[in-house]
Design a protein around this ligand. Structure first.
Ligand code: MG
Length: 385
C-alpha cells in the first residue's frame, strides 16, 4: 500500500463501501466540456471544490437569510445556512451509504442563485421577469454554475459533472438554458434528495434560533409545536440550572438530531422496501426515497406553518421585506430605462442575453449591501455623485 491515495483508490472505496443505489464517481455523468480526470480527487470532490472557489459562493456571506446583514453579527446569512445544510447532508449521506461528496457539492451549490434580500428579492424579480422567460432562485443557481461564473479560457461556468447539475434541478428544467441540461427523470438523484431534506432541516432550525434570539418569537409560543415540545422534553432533565440561551441551543440541537435520525431511519426503510439496484433505478421510482416518516412530516408542516405565520410575517421582518422589495424593483426599472447605468460587465451582456435577462442576472448576483449602496447611488437625490 502506498501512502498516496489516488483517485482510482477513492473510486474503488466507493464501489466497495457505498450502497448499490448510491451515485458512484466512477460512473459520473459527463461534464459539458470533456476534461481529464484528476490525479487524487473524484469527479464529485472536484465539483465541491469548484463550488467553494466560485465568486458566487463568497457572495453568499452578504446575502440575507431572513435578517438583513447589518442587523446583528450572529444571525444566519446564506453562507452559514449553506454550511449548516452541507453538514447535515454529509451526515445523512454517510449514514445511508450514499455519496457524501455529491450530497455536499449539491448542497453547497443549491443557493448560489439567490437574489439579495432572500425570498423578498426573488419575488420581485420573478414578477418583473414573468413576460421575459421567468426567474426563480433554483434555476438561477444552475445558471450561475453553467454560465455566469467565468474562470476558464475554454468554457463558461464551472463545468460540473452531470450528476451535480441534475441534483440542482429541483423543480425540473422547463426553460431556456444556454448549455444542454442533463436528461429529466421522475426523481432527483438520492444524494440531491438528501441535499433538499438537509436544506429544510437547516433553515427550519436556524430560523427558530434566530427568531428566538431576536425576540421575534417567544419560548412560550413554541410549546404548542410537537417538534419543539418533544425536543425540549428530551433535554429538560439536564437543563435545570442552565441559562435560557443554553437551553435554547440544546433544544435546537435535539430538534435537529431528532429530525435527522428520523430521516435516516425512515429513508432506510423506504430504500429497503423499494430496493433499487442502481442510482438510476432510484431516480425512476414514483416517490422520493429520502424522506421523513409520516408523523415527522406532519410535525414538520406544523413547524413550517408556525414560522410562516409568526416569523416570516412578523411586522419587524415584514418591514425589512418591504424595503427589500422596493430596492430590487427600483434597481430593475432604473437599469431598464437607462441601461448605460449598468456596470461594464453587465452592459456587455445586454445584446447577448437581452436587456431584461442581463439586468436580472446582474441584480441576482448582488449582495444585500451592494444592492443597498447601488440603490442609494442611483436613486437618492442627496447621495454624493
Ligand atoms: Mg437553502
Amino acid at each position: 500500500m502506498t501512502i498516496f491515495r489516488s483517485r482510482q483508490e477513492f473510486e474503488q472505496e466507493e464501489v466497495r463501501g457505498l450502497a448499490c443505489f448510491a451515485s458512484l464517481s466512477i460512473d459520473a455523468m459527463e461534464r459539458v466540456f470533456e476534461e481529464s480526470p484528476h490525479a487524487y480527487r473524484t469527479a464529485f470532490q472536484r465539483d465541491r471544490d469548484r463550488v467553494i472557489h466560485a465568486r458566487a459562493f463568497r457572495r453568499l456571506e452578504y446575502k440575507t437569510q431572513v435578517f438583513v446583514h447589518h442587523e446583528g453579527d450572529h444571525y444566519r446569512n446564506r453562507l452559514t445556512h449553506t454550511l449548516e445544510g452541507a453538514q447535515i447532508a454529509r451526515t445523512l449521506a454517510r449514514a445511508l451509504r450514499l455519496n457524501e461528496d455529491l450530497a455536499e457539492a449539491v448542497t453547497l451549490a443549491h443557493d448560489l442563485g439567490h437574489t439579495p434580500f432572500g425570498h423578498a428579492g426573488e419575488r420581485v424579480l420573478a414578477g418583473l421577469m414573468e413576460p421575459h422567460g421567468g426567474f426563480d432562485h433554483n434555476r438561477q443557481s444552475v445558471r450561475v454554475v453553467d454560465w455566469i461564473e467565468r474562470r476558464h479560457p475554454d468554457y463558461r461556468g464551472l463545468n460540473l459533472a452531470g450528476d451535480t447539475r441534475a441534483g440542482m434541478l429541483k423543480h425540473g428544467a422547463d426553460w431556456d438554458h444556454p448549455v444542454p441540461l442533463p436528461p429529466a427523470m421522475p426523481q432527483l438523484p438520492l444524494e440531491a434528495q438528501v441535499a433538499d431534506l438537509a436544506d429544510e432541516v437547516a433553515y427550519m432550525n436556524h430560523d427558530l434560533d434566530d427568531g428566538l434570539r431576536e425576540g421575534v418569537l417567544a419560548l412560550e409560543q413554541l410549546q404548542s409545536l410537537t417538534l419543539w415540545r418533544e425536543a425540549s422534553d428530551r433535554i429538560s432533565g439536564r437543563m435545570r440550572s442552565a441559562k435560557p440561551a443554553v437551553h435554547r441551543q440544546q433544544t435546537i440541537s435535539a430538534l435537529i438530531d431528532g429530525l435527522v435520525t428520523d430521516a435516516i431511519e425512515a429513508s432506510a426503510s423506504r430504500l429497503e422496501t423499494a430496493a433499487p439496484t442502481t442510482s438510476e433505478a432510484a431516480r425512476r421510482c414514483d416517490r422520493r426515497l429520502v424522506a421523513f416518516s409520516e408523523s415527522r412530516r406532519i410535525a414538520k408542516l406544523e413547524l413550517k406553518r408556525f414560522l410562516l405565520e409568526n416569523f416570516y410575517h412578523h411586522p419587524r421582518v415584514r418591514r425589512m421585506t418591504q424595503q427589500a422589495e422596493s430596492i430590487v424593483g427600483d434597481l430593475f426599472r432604473v437599469y431598464r430605462e437607462t441601461p448605460a447605468l449598468l456596470p461594464e460587465n453587465a452592459s456587455g451582456r445586454l445584446e447577448e442575453e437581452g436587456p431584461e435577462r442581463a439586468i436580472a442576472d446582474h441584480i441576482a448576483c448582488m449582495t444585500d449591501r451592494y444592492a443597498q449602496a447601488e440603490h442609494q447611488k442611483l436613486l437618492d437625490p442627496h447621495a454624493a455623485i
